[in-house]
Design a protein around this ligand. Structure first.
Ligand SMILES: [Zn+2]
Length: 221
C-alpha cells in the first residue's frame, strides 16, 4: 500500500488513458481525491508533455489540505473540439477512457440535483449556475449513451469498470437502457432550456489546437 505514485517518466510502456478534453481530465481528477488525506480540492498547473510518441497533458500541484505532491498525466488528442457558447462537452463520439458509464450517470445525478427544475424566483447568478449544472447533466448523459454499442439497446455489463460505476449500475441496471437514457437526456435538455440554454445538439463545436485548449478551462472559472 506504500508504493509511490506512478510517474510518467518511470516506464515508457505504460499506456496512458486518453483525456478527450481538459474538462474530462478535470472531472476525472475531481473523482479521484488525494490518496493521503481524501481531499478532492486540487488546483494543479497544467502543461503539455511528450510521452514517447504521444502528446500528453500533465497536471501537477500540491494538495491544499495535506501538502502531498499530486500528479496526473493523460494522453491527449492531436486535435480537440472546444464547445461553443455555454455548452459543456467532455469529448468527441468515442466513449470515455477515464470514466465508465456508471460514473457518468453519477455525475449527471449529482449535477441535476444541485438546484430546482424551475428558474422562477432565482437570481440571474443562480440561473446561470443552474444552467451550467444542467449542461453538465446533459453532457454526462450523452457520455453514458456513447457506451451503447451500435444496434444494442443498453450499456453492456462489461463497460462498468470502476467501483462507483459498478455500484450505480447495481442499484438500478434499468437506468442504462438506451430508451431510458434518451428520455432522461431529452428531459434534461427541456429543463435546461427553461434556464435559457440553447439546444446543445444544435451547436457546432469549433476546433482549436491542443496546446491552446489545455489552459482554457483554468481561465473560464
Ligand atoms: Zn491531501
Amino acid at each position: 500500500m506504500s508504493d509511490p505514485p506512478a510517474r510518467h517518466g518511470d516506464d515508457p510502456h505504460i499506456s496512458l488513458r486518453l483525456a478527450r478534453t481538459n474538462a474530462e481530465a478535470h472531472l476525472y481528477m475531481d473523482l479521484h481525491p488525494c490518496d493521503a488525506c481524501g481531499a478532492s480540492d486540487f488546483h494543479p498547473r497544467s502543461s503539455v508533455v511528450m510521452i514517447v510518441h504521444d502528446l500528453g497533458s500533465r497536471y501537477h500541484g500540491t494538495c491544499p489540505s495535506c501538502g502531498t505532491e499530486r500528479e496526473f498525466v493523460f494522453r491527449i488528442p492531436e486535435q480537440t473540439h472546444a464547445p461553443s457558447g455555454d455548452a459543456v462537452q467532455y469529448g468527441d463520439a468515442r466513449p470515455s477512457e477515464l470514466l465508465d458509464p456508471g460514473e457518468w450517470l453519477w455525475v449527471a445525478d449529482s449535477a441535476s440535483g444541485q438546484g430546482p427544475a424551475d428558474p422562477s424566483g432565482l437570481s440571474p447568478e443562480e440561473t446561470t449556475r443552474q444552467r451550467y449544472f444542467l449542461a453538465v447533466a446533459v453532457a454526462a448523459i450523452a457520455e453514458v449513451l456513447k457506451f451503447v454499442p451500435e444496434g444494442a439497446d443498453a450499456v453492456p455489463d462489461s463497460a462498468f469498470v470502476s467501483e462507483r460505476g459498478h455500484s450505480v449500475y447495481a442499484a438500478e441496471p434499468g437506468r442504462f437502457s438506451k430508451p431510458r437514457l434518451e428520455a432522461v437526456l431529452g428531459a434534461y435538455r427541456d429543463i435546461s432550456m427553461r434556464f435559457g440554454a440553447t439546444r446543445v445538439d444544435e451547436t457546432i463545436p469549433g476546433t482549436t489546437s491542443t496546446a491552446s485548449n489545455v489552459d482554457q478551462e483554468e481561465s473560464t472559472e
